[in-house]
Write a protein of this length. Structure first.
Length: 73
């Protein structure tokens, strides 16, 4: 964890160790999420589709999504 200071232009500098750990380079997009009284800065995925690929495979049994969609009719 590192301390940062908000400038008069409401900007902060992301510490070097954090930039290096996430391999953030100038021009990269970041997402800022407010959760209650906390602010979380996340590296925005270059491909949102690729970022979520495979998430549902482990949570839902085979055929679950097909059955769920059919129940909507």
């Amino acid at each position: 964890m590192a301390d940062v200071t908000v400038s008069t232009k409401n900007q902060i500098v992301i510490p070097r160790d954090a930039r290096e750990a996430l391999q953030i380079k100038p021009g990269d997009k970041l997402a800022v999420v407010v959760r209650g009284e906390r602010v979380v800065i996340l590296q925005k995925p270059k491909s949102p589709h690729a970022a979520i690929r495979g998430l549902a495979r482990k949570k839902y049994p085979r055929g679950y999504l097909k059955e769920e969609r059919q129940s909507w009719d």
